[in-house]
Design a protein around this ligand. Structure first.
Ligand SMILES: [Zn+2]
Length: 289
């Protein structure tokens, strides 16, 4: 059994590949600096599972970002996972939120962005958020934007975020029996958070697809890891501008920046601001950190 890991597999007798995922410690870490109401935490956990399920198959150094923004009480949700499975995410929401996914997001769109570290232009696909689940919305994205019919089941509670993704192999759609595909979707949809109590291991896969031969590959660990840094905060200051930064510093004695993902506080005083906006910036000076 595995916690905080993705386990990829293929069906031996059908052109279908899949991956199953479970997050526990990483999911707890992601919520640690926040006090999300249950419906928001539910969608965030599902977004975490979904994003990592896609990121594990990225064939380049980079990341995938899933972003939901709409006019519902869930103002914004961002989930990001790198190809090495460093995951971070956050949500902004109104004080009172409804239980139902469709009411929570309102009229929203879901953008999925693939960022290559070595290419300037990211690839972005956008779908409007319709239906009762995030999984349904993402299945829609897979068909419309990348032409890969998929079954996706996502589950989450306070302790566990998990899911399974089944995808038809590109170019081999004709060889897959429609009844088999429906059957796999039905089986995937039966998964609940309780099924993941003992982790997302081979045993769970074999139990779920007891009629099918599976080839299961090595699992890959994932973790919550924020990419924020003092350097990024200083870059943010440069975008904000010297005048604005100095004004805030004069009023409050310092500029305080709180990372929305991990909750880390970083503050810059007048000396720091001067250094950030100096013409010749000396980076890595220990005395100023
Ligand atoms: Zn952070």
């Amino acid at each position: 059994m595995f916690n905080d890991a993705v386990l990829p597999f293929v069906f031996e007798s059908m052109p279908v590949r899949g991956a199953i995922i479970q997050l526990r410690d990483s999911w707890r870490d992601m919520q640690a600096a926040h006090d999300y109401p249950a419906p928001v935490a539910g969608v965030l956990g599902q977004a975490a599972a979904a994003t990592a399920l896609v990121a594990h198959s990225l064939k380049f150094d980079g990341s995938i970002t899933l972003q939901i923004s709409g006019d519902g009480p869930l103002d914004m949700l961002v989930m990001q996972c790198t190809n090495s499975l460093d995951l971070r995410g956050m949500a902004r929401h109104q004080p009172i939120v409804p239980e139902q996914f469709s009411e929570l997001v309102g009229n929203a769109r879901c953008a999925i962005t693939l960022n290559h570290d070595k290419q300037e232009k990211p690839y972005q696909g956008i779908v409007s958020v319709k239906g009762e689940t995030l999984a349904g919305c993402l299945e829609d994205y897979f068909v419309r934007s990348v032409q890969v019919p998929s079954h996706l089941q996502l589950v989450s509670n306070r302790d566990c975020a998990a899911g399974i993704l089944l995808q038809q192999m590109p170019g081999e759609n004709g060889q897959l029996d429609a009844d088999d595909w429906r059957r796999l979707g039905f089986l995937a949809a039966t998964l609940s958070p309780e099924d993941f109590t003992a982790g997302a291991g081979v045993g769970l896969l074999r139990k779920l697809f007891s009629e099918d031969d599976l080839r299961v590959f090595a699992h890959r660990d994932l973790r919550f890891r924020c990419r924020c840094s003092r350097q990024r905060v200083e870059n943010l200051m440069r975008i904000l501008g010297e005048k604005e930064a100095r004004a805030v510093c004069e009023e409050l004695g310092k500029v305080e920046v709180i990372c929305e993902y991990c909750g880390k506080h970083r503050s810059l005083d007048a000396v720091d601001i001067s250094r950030v906006f100096a013409d010749h910036v000396v980076t890595g000076s220990d005395t100023l950190h």
